[in-house]
Design a protein around this ligand. Structure first.
Ligand code: 5GP
Length: 208
């Protein structure tokens, strides 16, 4: 469960909940498959609604760029950037030969249980950037930590975090909150089995 008095907000997104209940598949007590609409096949109308919701949540935070990690975060990050009217950059999981001055970090993959290298071109972010991190899931926060390292290496600031699907028993939410940045989660799962998903109620969540 979420601790109170911190900068966490959940927006009750009923249509995302309904879609997860209809088309999501619980593969294990900690892994939910949503590749029919979010991170493989993409429901573009749903992504547009998600982008609008994050843009509404962060429109007063002076965001200059949206960042995500390939590939699951690209669709929601792109619609968010579109509605905030700012550029979007995604961190790559392998260094392309075309990258001239990459910055790197190592991230542990939650779903694959292996380490991978994350990189962006140094010039993609600058000291003037106030960056919003968008991702499909927040589990133990390793992807988030990797993004924080890349931002530190480029001197840019983390201005907020927007997550489509949170899982509140895992460590990621505490980790984000410990960095004292605004965190918005569109729907949050308290526990899940192949038969049932139990949702966190927004009223149980703390606001700024
Ligand atoms: P974290 O780094 O917070 O432990 O995990 C976040 C990353 O792992 C996300 O970018 C996402 O790609 C992946 N992930 C975490 N939990 C799930 C899940 O339940 N289902 C899927 N499909 N991916 C997940």
């Amino acid at each position: 469960m979420i601790s109170t008095g911190r900068k966490v907000r959940v927006k009750q997104m009923n249509f995302l909940k309904e879609r997860i209940e209809k088309d999501g598949k619980v593969l294990s007590p900690s892994v939910l498959k949503v590749d029919g609409f979010l991170n493989h096949s993409i429901d573009v109308q749903l992504m547009d609604e998600i982008g609008k919701a994050f843009a509404e949540a962060f429109h007063q935070n002076n965001i200059t760029k949206v960042i995500t990690i390939e590939s699951g975060g690209i669709a929601p990050a792109m619609t968010t950037a579109f509605h905030l009217n700012v550029p979007m950059v995604f961190a790559k999981k392998a260094k392309p030969s075309t990258m001239s001055d990459p910055v790197y970090t190592t991230v542990h993959s939650f779903t694959k249980n292996t380490d991978y290298t994350l990189c962006i071109e140094r010039s993609a972010l600058s000291e003037d950037d106030n960056v919003l991190f968008i991702d499909d899931f927040l589990a133990n926060g390793q992807a988030f930590e990797g993004i924080c390292h890349l931002l530190e290496k480029t001197g840019s600031n983390l201005g907020g975090v927007g997550i489509c699907i949170g899982k509140s028993w895992q460590k990621g939410q505490e980790l984000v909150m410990s960095r004292n940045v605004p965190l918005w989660i569109l729907v949050s799962i308290q526990k899940m089995t192949p038969e049932e998903i139990v949702w966190d109620e927004p009223s149980a969540w703390a606001c700024e």
